[in-house]
Design a protein around this ligand. Structure first.
Ligand SMILES: C[S@@+](CC[C@H](N)C(=O)[O-])C[C@H]1O[C@@H](n2cnc3c(N)ncnc32)[C@H](O)[C@@H]1O
Length: 220
């Protein structure tokens, strides 16, 4: 194994990054604990470092409207909502009906009840009912549908607006031989190629946590 085969983060580097990142908001720390205690797949939660990154991006973009595909327990929704313009709204979709009740107390504690609108159901159906325009979209649901979500939301993104996609390195499987034989890896590999070749966007795939792609819709 040579240097380029090793993971980006040497042991201890993620901890060092966290130790030198603004503290996690108390409501997010509480939500993270509850997610680890009460859900079967707590690793789906964005977590402190990625959450701080989402929060920072949202503050930079200052969106009036955000769409999130994949709420889970609401961690990333709370982070993204921090950058909303006054009067702005975050729309978030999850197919798991248990998430609505789980998230409510935390959205309330974060003072976001009036700024977050939650939809329960299949994102493919719900997105068709939402008009936009959205200044920021976060794609973080089933990997097989990433291309589909991208094509559905792009016309609803404002010119110069952004789409973020999570897990675009998919535990590093994207570079493993034979990765295309499993549906989720194939979904991510297809998405990464599709976005990079799409004439209406610019993008950068950052090796942060499990890979986050930042996509900007061109203004022309
Ligand atoms: C990785 S988790 C989202 C994590 C969350 N964004 C965060 O960072 O804390 C993915 C979520 O997508 C939801 N999901 C999967 N397929 C979906 C679909 N077709 N429509 C809506 N939600 C879906 C799952 O129920 C799950 O809660």
């Amino acid at each position: 194994m040579n240097d380029s085969d090793e993971g980006l983060l040497k042991p201890g580097i993620e901890k060092y990054a966290l130790d030198h990142t603004s503290d996690e908001m108390p409501v997010l720390a509480k939500l993270s604990r509850a997610t680890h205690l009460r859900t079967h797949q707590p690793q789906m939660l964005s977590g402190h470092l990625q959450g701080a990154f989402l929060q920072m991006l949202s503050h930079m973009i200052q969106p009036a409207a955000i769409l999130e595909i994949g709420t889970f327990t609401g961690y990333s929704a709370i982070c993204l909502a921090q950058g909303l313009k006054p009067g702005g709204m975050l729309h978030t979709i999850d197919c798991n009906p248990e998430m609505d009740d789980f998230t409510k107390p935390y959205f309330e504690e974060a003072g976001l009840t009036d700024k977050i609108c939650m939809y329960t159901g299949n994102a493919i159906e719900i997105i068709t009912q939402l008009e936009g325009p959205f200044d920021l979209v976060f794609i973080d649901a089933d990997k097989e549908n990433y291309c589909h979500y991208f094509e559905m939301v792009l016309p609803k993104v404002s010119a110069g607006g952004y789409i973020l996609a999570d897990n675009t390195l998919w535990y590093g499987r994207v570079v493993l031989p034979g990765a295309e034989s499993d549906r989720e890896s194939l979904g991510i590999i297809r998405f990464n190629k599709f976005v990079q070749q799409h004439p209406d966007v610019d993008n950068v795939l950052l090796p942060v946590r499990d890979g986050i792609t930042i996509i900007r819709k061109k203004t022309r």
